[in-house]
Ligand binder design. Structure first.
Ligand code: NCD
Length: 307
């Protein structure tokens, strides 16, 4: 089954077989792009990127992916749009859709915004982050990176650390990991920013998980340590951010204390929680992970377009 014409709103929209197929396709496209530069699969197709929240990697890698597939990208620029005149986000989406794009990539600060517009928009929609809720294509490149680095996903122990309450990458990554067998997730965070109950409800019985307080309690057991930044922009109380700032900072000195160091991942941007000194360790995979985003997203776009 292909994902042709489908909306991607949640990490649960991918079945295991979809993931395995997309990972292989991403590897193939990597080779073809490295070999030929720009391909012609998406010739004549148009993608719109509509980002109502800041982004570097997600937007750029979607745009690069579409260009490398031979398609065209039109970027909707929020900062010079009629949103400033008071036009609603929903009307804006109707207008964009009316011009007939082949796919629309949306990032929004309102949770479930893509779900809300999916039935009024004809083009397939890809959710590129809806507030603290989900970021399914980040999970796609995260699990693709794990699969490439460790050869498999079944049976792995994955620590997810940092802002699990306001972050959207921990929820989508957790959802995607339920598609594999015998995975164990360790949620590493102080209680105030621990993983949301609504996320636990979704994964209960589908994956093993445990909440832990400190990275040192589990690090030796982990295959993957996935670090996230505190989502400063989503804290209602700035004092709480300041209080939590610096609680979990991973640096080289800390990691070198352990006999076994897992691969280190981070969706980026990093702020203070991951020291640049870690970059020189062979286990640091976050820049590779960001690069993988281009190929994982190219594979997804190619399937959705059915080209
Ligand atoms: C993440 C996001 O936007 O949720 N960034 C990304 O897409 N790579 C993580 C973050 O902003 O902390």
């Amino acid at each position: 089954m292909s994902l042709k014409g489908k909306d991607i709103l949640s990490a649960f929209d991918f079945e295991r077989e979809d993931l395995e197929r997309l990972f292989k396709l991403a590897d193939r496209l990597r080779e073809e792009i490295n070999d030929k530069g720009t391909l012609d699969y998406a010739l004549g197709k148009v993608m719109v990127t509509a980002f109502f929240e800041p982004s570097t990697r997600t937007k750029l890698s979607f745009q690069f992916a579409m260009e490398r597939l031979g398609g065209k990208v039109i970027n909707f620029d929020v900062s010079t749009s009629s949103l400033l005149k008071g036009e609603s986000d929903v009307d804006t989406m109707k207008i964009i859709d009316g011009y007939g794009p082949d796919v629309i990539v949306i990032r929004q600060k309102i949770p479930y915004f893509p779900h809300k517009v999916k039935d009024i928009v004809k083009a397939p929609i890809i959710n590129a982050g809806d507030g603290p809720h989900e970021h399914p294509t980040q999970a796609l490149l995260d699990v693709y990176t794990i699969w490439r680095e460790l050869g498999e996903v079944d049976g792995l122990k994955v620590g997810i650390m940092g802002d699990l309450k306001y972050g959207r990458t921990p929820s989508s990554l957790s959802f995607m990991l339920t598609r594999f067998n015998n995975v164990r997730i360790y949620y590493i965070a102080p209680e105030v920013i621990q993983i949301r109950d609504e996320v636990l409800k979704e994964i209960k019985g589908k994956v093993n998980y445990m909440k832990v307080d400190k990275p040192e309690d589990v690090i030796e057991e982990l295959d993957v340590l996935y670090i996230t930044r505190l989502q400063k922009e989503r804290f209602a109380n700035p004092e709480e951010y300041e209080r939590l700032k610096g609680v979990y900072k991973i640096d080289k000195k800390f990691l070198m204390k352990f006999k076994h160091i897992p691969i280190i991942m981070h969706p980026l941007p990093r702020v203070w929680e991951l020291d640049p000194g870690v970059d020189e360790l062979p286990q640091a995979k976050y820049f590779e992970q960001a690069k993988n985003g281009l190929y994982a997203r190219a594979a997804l776009i190619k399937e959705i377009l059915g080209v």
